[in-house]
Design a protein around this ligand. Structure first.
Ligand code: NDP
Length: 684
């Protein structure tokens, strides 16, 4: 291997790049470590490969199989993580910083794997039900479906999280069934390349599902069409430029941006200096300033404190920051590493200079500072710097300038309304933290903050015991904020997957909707045979297979027995006088009795392939059942999901959801619900 390896793009299934172009340097000591390649990428070939081979190999799998694949990829990364930690240090990251990037990235794959397996069906179509009747007699219904887009997702990423930044986007587009082309920021692309090599070596990655671009995107954006998607993370200036690429506008290519963000933390006036929340506030701000040397899109840039606490916060924060040792992140005692590149260092120092026009230095600043480790004098370091805003109400300053490093500005506010108005001056942020002891303060302030933020983190003593922190986007929660923060949206559980799918409304008869969605739609054709549906194995059970039970007349004895058995002697069932005064004008059966009686009507009691009933969804009691009414149930196989799971005894099984309608003698719907069961498979 050459002394300064040439990074390679992974295009159309091949590693490409033999000729050196741009040198890349270690953030720790400025030594040259890698080079980008000069070889030109054929983006036409790359897109074509994604849309043919990539699409084909991904859609040969379904949501469930792709979710399992993500889990395997995550495991592979963890098994080989030490090689990534080694490379990650060269970006200036400490072990803790790299943990967020590497293990946080793998964790996002695991989270999407498990959400996908839990929440998505078999197949490649999501039914966003329920179907809505559009006619009076149940012959015409409407609903929504989501299908994988036919294009490619182009992800243009920032330098600060070379692995997590790639995987948080990849997880969602992969589960959706859409191939992607990833373009990491050049300065730290060597770490993304190392991770893509691992993913490819794992053997789990379907052909064409992921391609990597080292260097610039050339004519890529100009070649996209309306089935494609662009996601961008980086500076607002680049977002603004790329967003208006004529081809993207002409073809309505969705462009999701996550850009600069002047996030804030507010210490509420109810928090006194001696309370645990005061320390929590200081700790959180210090942590957010120094983690990843402040190069987090979510880092706290504006620190809002009641006027009477400015001095105390300043003292405690300064004391905490003074203890942060800065230097070579590979050395154990070092708490904060370097900025990711010398260019970044130059930018941060320039922004610090601009901030100093409206603020004064409380600690840190532009003076020289002590560094741990040899050669670090040539590294891209910056010391933790706390500023005090001279006039938080003035235009510009910390409300407009993002120094993407360990730099935050303290601002004094008069009252909560003032704090909220200062927070809004950020013009849209990814996240804000409110530290308060008082639920009423949270109830008043959070809705105001929510207008301007993608996420609001409320911190008090109880939450702190488990808080994942101000700065951590979580796979199950939305990431992305309005306005300056780019206006985009990522993650947020399965919502994030749906960004890579096309939603269409569908209309038709219930039978047609059932055929398309692979879900039984009420009013659709049912399949009735001599065999009880509970006696079918998972494979042989068909959607729409149905049983209409015999009838049962509900008696007073039923109500009394059920009340005594359950201990539920509610007046509606037991007090004739009180019941007559209600809207029902008579005693009625317990809703839970109706459920139990329905189960008694539809179960096939003998041993069979139905292994367990693990719950009910969408339960509604619709028409009351008075003494003397006669009920019956219709049980219909609504949905089947093959998660590829086995029971604790090793029996392969699948999930079957049953539609249940309980009706009375006048065919009125009495109760309606879905039953969730596990059903054995015939074959292993
Ligand atoms: P940039 O906006 O310069 O770059 C972001 C990504 O866009 C990189 O991959 C970059 O590639 C790419 N890019 C830049 N120009 C083009 C172009 N014309 N066509 C295609 N791709 C392009 O941001 P940086 O990563 O350099 O960070 C700069 C600032 O952005 C930070 O200082 C910070 O203020 C903000 N930022 C915000 C983040 C957020 O999530 N909110 C995250 C990271 C940064 P290349 O590296 O090859 O130039």
């Amino acid at each position: 291997m050459s002394e300064h390896p040439i990074l390679q793009s992974f295009i159309a299934g091949q590693w490409l790049g033999q000729q050196a172009k741009q040198p890349l340097y270690s953030a720790i000591n400025g030594e040259m470590i890698y080079q980008t390649h000069a070889d030109v990428i054929d983006f036409g070939q790359s897109i074509d490969f994604a849309k043919t081979k990539g699409r084909r190999s991904m859609l040969a799998m379904d949501f469930q199989a792709r979710a399992s694949c993500l889990r395997d990829l995550g495991k592979y990364i963890l098994e080989h993580k030490e090689s990534l930690y080694e490379v990650s240090a060269l970006t200036g990251a400490t072990r803790a910083d790299s943990w967020v990037d590497i293990e946080g990235g793998a964790g996002t794959l695991f989270a999407y794997a498990s959400m996908g397996r839990r929440e998505l069906p078999s197949g490649n179509l999501i039914h966003e039900g329920d179907a809505i009747p559009l006619g009076r007699e149940g012959h015409f219904y409407g609903s929504h479906v989501l299908v994988p887009r036919h294009g490619v997702a182009v992800h243009i990423n920032a330098f600060n999280f070379p692995i997590w930044g790639m995987l948080e986007k990849f997880a969602a587009n992969f589960i959706a069934g859409m191939p992607c082309i990833i373009k990491p920021a050049t300065s730290t692309s060597f770490l993304t390349e190392a991770c893509v090599r691992l993913l490819q070596q794992s053997g789990f990655l379907p052909e064409g599902s992921l391609q990597l671009v080292i260097g610039r995107t050339g004519d890529l954006l100009g070649r996209l069409d309306g089935q494609d998607i662009v996601t961008f993370t980086g500076s607002a200036a680049t977002a603004a430029k790329l967003r208006v690429t004529p081809n993207l506008i002409n073809n309505s290519v969705p462009f999701n941006a996550e850009a600069d963000s002047l996030n804030c933390a507010i210490l509420a006036p109810d928090v006194t200096v001696d309370s645990p929340e005061f320390d929590l506030f200081v700790k959180e701000v210090a942590r957010e300033m120094t983690a990843k040397a402040g190069q987090k899109c979510t880092a706290i840039r504006r620190v809002m404190v009641p006027e009477n606490h400015i001095e105390a916060v300043s003292e405690r924060l300064t004391a905490r920051l003074a203890k942060v040792s800065v230097g070579d992140p590979r050395i154990n005692e070092v708490r904060m590493g370097a900025l990711a590149s010398h260019d970044q260092q130059k930018d941060v120092l320039a922004q610090l200079g601009a901030l100093l026009e409206t603020s004064s230095v409380l600690c840190g600043g532009t003076d020289s500072f002590e560094l741990v480790g040899t050669g670090t004098d040539k590294g891209a370091f910056c010391q933790p710097t706390l500023l005090l805003s001279n006039n938080p109400d003035a235009e510009g300053g910390a409300h407009d300038i993002e120094a993407f490093g360990p730099i935050s500005t303290l601002m004094a506010y008069k009252d909560l309304d003032h704090a909220v108005s200062l927070a809004a001056r950020g013009k849209g942020s990814l996240v804000s933290t409110l530290v308060t002891k008082d639920p009423e303060v949270a109830a008043k302030v959070v809705p105001e903050l929510a207008v301007w933020n993608g996420r609001v983190h409320i911190l008090n003593e109880q939450a702190a015991k488990e808080s994942t922190g101000h700065g951590s986007p979580l796979p199950m929660l939305k990431h992305g904020g309005p306005g300056r923060a780019g206006g985009g949206e990522e993650l947020g559980g399965i919502r994030g997957v749906k960004h890579y799918m096309q939603r269409a409304a569908i209309q038709g008869s219930p039978t047609m909707l059932g055929a398309v969605t692979k879900e039984f739609v009420r009013g659709g054709q049912v399949i009735e045979t001599e065999v009880h549906p509970f006696r079918r194995y998972f494979e042989t059970l068909q959607i729409g297979e149905s049983l209409l039970t015999h009838r049962r007349t509900v008696t007073e004895a039923d109500i009394v027995n059920f009340g005594c058995l359950s201990g539920d002697h509610f007046y509606m069932h037991f007090d004739d006088i009180a019941a007559r005064e209600t809207q029902f004008e008579q005693r009625i059966a317990h809703g839970y009795f109706v459920l139990s009686a329905a189960a008694g009507l539809f179960v096939s009691p003998g041993e069979g392939p139905v292994l367990a009933n693990y719950g009910l969804d969408n339960l509604r009691f619709i028409t009351p059942v008075p003494i003397g009414d006669t009920i019956r149930a219709r049980l219909t196989c609504k949905r089947k999901i093959d998660q590829g799971k086995v029971s604790p005894k090793g029996e392969p099984q699948g999930v079957v959801v049953w539609d249940v309608q309980v009706t009375n003698q006048d065919d009125e719907l009495v109760a309606s619900y879905d039953i969730l069961t596990l059903v054995k498979k015939q074959s292993n």
